[in-house]
Design a binder for this molecule. Structure first.
Ligand code: EPU
Length: 334
């Protein structure tokens, strides 16, 4: 058991904010976690779980004990001629898993290539990109309740997945350590090119293999989204809001060119477009600025978690005043 005191978390969050944890421990198994949890109990320390740090805003001081699960083994649970089910530990790097599975001929995750973070965080916010969400491939999520130390297994249904949402951000918020995820992947080379730029590429170049599609996705992401090691960021900082039909009609009359996507209930509006229309691309709000190429991404230029939240608040207020739409923040507060 290696528990360290007064640990800088700057390298553990992709926004690169300065933050210190009172205590921190990396654990690679449930048994190791149990040891750390009993230390926390003896010392009266609250446990806080950090994943890859790519979707979180950290305060300057984190009291209690920060735990990161680093176990990154995988094993095949079952395999037949058209499917494979595998269990992957939460510390496995997400993009490496995507590329590894595709190289094995295990398909499905290709549209989710190049998303920063670890496997354990994927179900928390139901990561999604280019017409695909990870919930389509998750069978079971394994973890431990922080309070009781009890292990749990949640089936896909029980995870209550929705757009950028799950039970881990709702009823179980901050109450669990996810230790492993079971995925079901296909051996058929089925690809989803429903996202317009990928569809256009498929028109021009022919239907891609899943591995080729992952390469296209990597190319699109690299062209649109900044790399955290160059420009510290947490990906999309806001969710794309879903507004009701009456509200949509009102806005459409005023902003005829507003992009929109009909949902089963309501209409989804790209938050990036709303922010872009305000003329905010590249604009600095103190030490934090809106990315020049993608208005949905905030870049931290040496600011604190508080600076990031203040910039987000200024953007939310401006968008609300102009459109009457309340943007919701995507990264979690720690
Ligand atoms: N748009 C603008 N200006 C901008 C950004 C977007 O006008 O600065 C417009 C685009 O022209 C387009 C629409 O908004 O009409 C949608 O843009 P895009 O396809 O780039 O997607 P997004 O809505 O900005 C979402 C996800 C991304 C994901 C992409 C592709 C959310 C919050 N974000 O972005 O996810 O990669 O779709 O599927 O749903 C992330 O969560 O960190 C993330 C990057």
């Amino acid at each position: 058991m290696n528990i360290q005191q007064n640990v800088s978390l700057q390298a553990f969050n992709t926004l690169g904010v300065h933050s210190y944890a009172q205590f921190m421990a990396q654990v690679s198994s449930v048994d190791e976690f149990k040891e750390v949890a009993s230390f926390a109990k003896e010392e009266g320390l609250a446990i806080k779980v950090l994943g890859g740090g790519s979707n979180v805003v950290l305060p300057e001081a984190v009291s209690g004990l920060v735990v990161q699960f680093t176990g990154c083994q995988y094993h095949v649970l079952e395999e037949n001629h058209d499917h494979v089910a595998l269990r992957v530990e939460a510390g496995f790097n997400w993009h490496e898993l995507v590329m590894f599975t595709l190289q094995q001929g295990w398909n499905g995750l290709q549209n989710l290539a190049y998303i920063p973070g670890l496997v354990g965080a994927a179900p928390v916010q139901n990561i999604g990109a280019y017409g695909v969400e990870v919930k389509e491939f998750i069978r079971v999520v394994h973890g431990v309740h922080l309070g009781s130390g009890q292990a749990f297994e949640l089936t896909n249904d029980a995870c209550q997945f929705e757009y950028r949402e799950s039970i881990f951000k709702q009823a179980l918020d901050s109450q669990t350590l996810i230790t492993a995820v079971d995925f079901i992947l296909s051996k058929s080379p089925v690809v989803n090119t429903s996202y317009a730029p990928l569809d256009q590429m498929a028109e021009d170049r022919g239907v891609p293999t899943p591995l080729e599609l992952a390469d296209w996705v990597i190319g699109v992401r690299k062209s649109k989204l900044p790399q955290p090691d160059e420009l510290p960021n947490a990906g999309s900082f806001f969710k794309n809001p879903v507004i009701n039909d009456a509200e949509f009609e009102r806005l459409k009359n005023k902003f005829a060119n507003m992009p929109h996507y009909k949902q089963t209930v309501g209409v989804k509006i790209p938050a990036g477009w709303l922010i872009d229309q305000m003329g905010f691309k590249g604009k600095a709000f103190g030490a934090v600025s809106v990315h020049k190429q993608q208005a949905l991404v905030l870049i931290n230029n040496g600011g604190s978690g508080g600076d990031v939240l203040a910039a987000a608040q200024a953007i939310k207020e401006a968008v609300f005043n102009e459109y009457g739409i309340a943007l919701e923040q995507e990264p979690r507060l720690f």
